[in-house]
Design a protein around this ligand. Structure first.
Ligand code: LMR
Length: 394
């Protein structure tokens, strides 16, 4: 039976890890997978994580199961990062620990299908390449619209509004909380308000992918748009990831928060999320949850973590500004990167140009032309700029 399977191409983002590792060129630059890197190209374990792990190792007295919604102390610790310390939402929020942000997206999509078998999800393009297969596998019909005009390097807000106007009640709308992946181009707060009001008027359900909180401006600023949606739309799903802001990538730790209209339906929502988790992986792994909980509940650990996060964010922003200062290179206006946020920028390059940069000049980026700015340092930026100039020669 298994012989019917045809080999699939490797993942467009994760596939770059092995290709980069195998490249012997000392000048190679890794702008591929979205992980933080320091000046030396390393993705370190945060000092706050190391301290938390040492404490957990010492104190853990049992590895018995939690339920399908995971570690409740973790959910209590993370919720204030999303909703603020004194959340007016508290009675309406249902939380579930998930297997990374991807696990939260998967549960959210399945929950939407449970509520509405006809649901479509509106996804702005370009987006994280895994969004489309993930939502499709969960049973949502995909409807795409152009979010970002890559050629002209700007958001197509009118196109977005026009597309969402044809949404139906019970459809889902995917939004990126901040640090849009892959473009780095976020809506301004007035645009967020317009989108939120349209979603509410249509009776649609926002799903806010929140994978980069803290890596745009700071922890407080990066949830402002999300909180604005919560204040204007009665029901919202939030997929929160601790992969990037805690550097816990392979520990697979995230959370799904679902905000219902009122407290009445909370236990029904919770029961369905738990059922969905149980059918896929039963209960989530605890290590990442224990680490995040230890950090967020100890003031000294939290202070250290925040300072490390701020340092990472400042480094990324500084690389962004340094690259932006090169201005026009061929048809690319690097200056537009300067006002964008987060790890990523989308360079208007063809797949042929991306392949040429990788195969001839050892510069690795996603096929879309997405670059992870954390892979830059002051020494490799000039090499990248001259490589772009070569790739852009007509
Ligand atoms: C990325 O976008 O590069 C990261 O989120 C890693 C991944 O899983 O694709």
């Amino acid at each position: 039976m298994l012989e019917v399977l045809k080999e699939l191409p490797s993942d467009s983002v994760l596939g770059l890890i092995k290709l980069f590792a195998a490249d012997p060129n000392p000048q190679k630059i890794d702008l591929g997978v979205g992980v933080y890197k320091d000046d030396h190209g390393k993705t370190p374990v945060m000092a706050a994580v190391k301290l938390a792990e040492a404490r957990i190792l010492e104190a853990e007295s049992s590895k018995t199961y939690y339920g399908s919604d995971g570690n409740s102390a973790f959910l209590d610790a993370v919720a204030p990062l999303v909703f603020g310390e004194a959340s007016p939402m508290s009675g309406r929020v249902v939380g579930c620990q998930t297997v990374g942000g991807t696990g939260a997206l998967q549960l959210a999509a399945k929950l939407a299908v449970t509520c509405n078998h006809q649901a479509a999800i509106w996804v702005g393009t370009p987006t994280w390449p895994n969004h489309l297969p993930l939502f499709s596998a969960a049973g949502l019909e995909i409807k795409t619209y152009e979010y970002y005009d890559a050629e002209h390097q700007k958001i197509n807000f009118d196109g977005m509004i026009k597309a969402l106007q044809s949404g139906r009640a019970g459809d889902v709308v995917l939004l990126h909380a901040c640090c849009h992946n892959p473009t780095g181009a976020d809506l301004n707060i007035d645009q967020w308000a317009e989108v939120a009001d349209l979603i509410a008027a249509k009776g649609m359900l926002p799903l806010i992918d929140s994978a980069y909180i803290g890596l745009g401006h700071n922890l407080e600023q990066d949830v402002k748009a999300l909180q604005l949606v919560l204040s204007r739309v009665p029901e919202t799903m939030i997929a929160f990831s601790c992969s990037k802001n805690f550097g816990l990538y392979r520990e697979r730790i995230g959370a799904l928060f679902v905000v219902g209209k009122d407290g009445q339906s909370s236990s029904a929502i919770k029961s369905h999320i738990q059922y969905l988790a149980r059918t896929v992986y039963s209960t989530p792994p605890n290590h990442g949850a224990a680490v995040v909980t230890a950090i967020l509940t100890d003031p000294a650990f939290k202070k250290l973590w925040v300072s490390e996060l701020v340092e990472s964010t400042q480094r990324i922003n500084s690389m962004r500004q340094q690259l932006a200062s090169h201005g026009k290179v061929g048809q690319i206006d690097l200056a537009t990167l300067g006002s964008q946020k987060g790890m990523f920028a989308l360079l208007p390059l063809s797949v042929t140009q991306v392949n040429m940069l990788r195969d001839e000049l050892s510069i690795y980026m996603a096929p879309s032309g997405r670059v992870n700015l954390a892979g830059l340092n002051k020494d490799n930026i000039p090499y990248l700029v001259s490589a772009l100039a070569k790739a852009l020669v007509p």
